[in-house]
Write a protein that binds this ligand. Structure first.
Ligand code: SF4
Length: 387
C-alpha cells in the first residue's frame, strides 16, 4: 500500500476488529503459537514475541460494542472500559486467546483479572504487579520475577524456551517499532496538517493487534509518505491531550478536537506503545534484565506510576515546551481515579506557569460531541484572539 488513505483505512479496520481476525489467522499458521491478551497501559510485548506468541492489546469495545451483561459486573461509578471487556469475554470474542495479562493500573483492572479467573477465560490469567520502587535490586528484582512467571506460563503451553538470542531479536523489533512511532510523532508535530491525529491514532492502534513485523512495515510506509508535503497548514492552535492513557477516547472525539480548531501535537493515547523512551539494550546476554532496567529508568510518566524524585508535573511542562504547545486539554475517562487524582496537580502547575487548559470527561462510547466541540472551539478561539 503506498497511499496514506489506504493505509489508514486498513489500520482502522484492524484496530477495531473485535473478532481479532489477524491474531486468529496468525495463530492458525503454527502449532506452538500462542495469543496473549494484555490490558492497558504498558506491557513488554517483547517477551511474548520471543516465546512464539502474539501479544494483543485489549482496549475495550469502544463505541462498537453494546453493553448489556457487562453492566451487571460493575457498580455504576466506575469507568466504562472494563464493562465492555467483560461483554467481549462473555460474547466469546477472546475464544482463541491462550492467556491474559492485567498490568497493575488500578483496582478496577485488578478486579477484572479476578473476574477473568472466575469466568475461566484462557489457560492463564496473570495480574502483573509493576514495581513502584525504582531501585534495581528491589523493584527490578521483583519485576524480573513477575516477567519470568509470564514466560513460565507460556512455556507450559508451547514448550518454547526463550533464549537470550531470541529475546534480543524480539527487543530489536520493538525498539524499531517505538522508534518509528516516535519519528512519526516528531514529524507530525512539525507538520500536523499532513496527517490528522485520528489517522495517526488508527495507525498506532493497529499495532496492538497484528505482528510487530507487519506493523513496522506499515509505520515505515507512513513515515515515508509523511515526509512529503501533503496539504497546507491551517489557523489552529497546538494542543496536548492528557489523561486518555487507559480507556481510549472514541475516534470521533479525537476528530472533534481537531475540527474545533486544534492540532493535537502530543497526547497520551495508546501510551503503552511509546512507554519506553528510547531503546532497550540488545547487546546483553541477559535481555530480561535489559527489559527490567528499561522500565526502571526509561519509562514515560503516567498516573499509574509513583513519581517521587521525578514529578510528572515537571515532565508535563517539559513536553509542553518541547512540542511548542499553546494549550492543554485534560480529557479523562469518567470515574478514572488515576487520571482524575492527578489532574489537580497538573492543572495547578499549568495555572502557576500561565499555561491555558480546559478539561472534560468522556467514555469510550461517548457519541455526542457537540458540547465538547463548543468547549474546545471556544478554547481555541480565546487563545488565537487574546494570547
Ligand atoms: S480507565 Fe482509569 S479507572 Fe478505568 S481501568 Fe483504566 S486506569 Fe482504571
Amino acid at each position: 500500500m503506498d497511499n496514506l488513505k489506504e493505509i489508514v483505512a486498513r489500520c482502522e479496520e484492524l484496530a477495531f476488529d473485535l473478532s481479532f481476525t489477524r491474531a486468529r489467522e496468525w495463530k492458525s499458521q503454527g502449532k506452538d503459537r500462542v495469543v496473549v491478551g494484555h490490558m492497558p497501559i504498558y506491557f513488554p510485548r517483547e517477551i511474548i514475541h520471543a516465546a512464539n506468541g502474539l501479544a494483543v492489546g485489549i482496549l475495550g469495545g469502544g463505541d462498537k460494542k453494546l453493553i448489556i451483561k457487562g453492566d451487571a459486573y460493575y457498580q455504576s461509578y466506575i469507568c466504562h472500559m472494563p464493562r465492555s471487556i467483560i461483554e467481549l469475554a462473555l460474547d466469546r470474542h477472546f475464544e482463541d486467546f491462550d492467556g491474559f495479562i492485567f498490568p497493575s493500573i488500578c483496582d478496577v483492572i485488578r478486579n477484572l483479572s479476578g473476574m477473568f479467573q472466575i469466568l475461566g477465560q484462557g489457560k492463564f490469567v496473570k495480574y502483573l504487579d509493576f514495581p513502584q520502587n525504582f531501585k534495581s535490586h528491589v523493584g527490578g528484582t521483583f519485576y524480573r520475577y513477575e516477567l519470568q512467571t509470564v514466560l513460565d506460563e507460556i512455556f507450559k503451553l508451547n514448550g518454547v524456551a526463550v533464549t537470550a538470542e531470541r529475546l534480543n531479536h524480539s527487543i530489536g523489533l520493538f525498539n524499531l517499532n517505538r522508534s518509528l512511532i516516535t519519528q512519526i510523532y516528531d514529524l507530525r508535530q512539525q507538520f500536523p496538517w499532513r496527517m490528522t491525529a485520528a489517522d495517526l491514532y488508527h495507525v498506532v492502534r493497529a499495532g496492538y493487534v497484528i505482528p510487530v513485523e507487519e506493523h513496522n512495515e506499515i509505520l515505515s510506509s507512513v513515515l515515508q509518505l509523511l515526509s512529503k508535503e501533503n496539504g497546507a497548514p491551517m489557523d489552529k492552535i497546538r494542543v496536548l491531550v492528557m489523561g486518555a492513557f487507559c480507556e481510549q477516547p472514541p475516534a470521533g472525539l479525537i476528530r472533534t478536537i481537531e475540527l474545533a480548531g486544534c492540532y493535537i501535537v502530543e497526547d497520551d493515547f495508546l501510551l503503552g506503545a511509546r512507554w519506553i523512551q528510547g531503546d532497550v539494550d540488545t547487546s546483553t546476554d541477559d535481555p530480561l534484565n535489559a527489559i527490567t532496567e528499561a522500565y526502571l529508568v526509561k519509562s514515560t510518566f503516567s498516573s499509574s506510576v509513583y513519581d517521587v524524585g521525578n514529578p510528572k508535573e515537571a515532565r508535563l511542562l517539559k513536553l509542553i515546551h518541547e512540542r511548542k504547545v499553546d494549550g492543554v486539554i485534560f480529557a479523562a475517562p469518567s470515574f478514572c481515579d488515576p487520571a482524575l487524582l492527578d489532574h489537580p496537580i497538573l492543572q495547578k502547575e499549568c495555572n502557576d506557569k500561565q499555561i491555558r487548559f480546559i478539561s472534560f470527561l468522556y467514555s469510550e462510547n461517548t457519541g455526542q460531541f457537540k458540547v465538547i466541540k463548543e468547549q474546545v472551539g471556544t478554547f481555541s478561539d480565546s487563545i488565537k484572539l487574546w494570547d
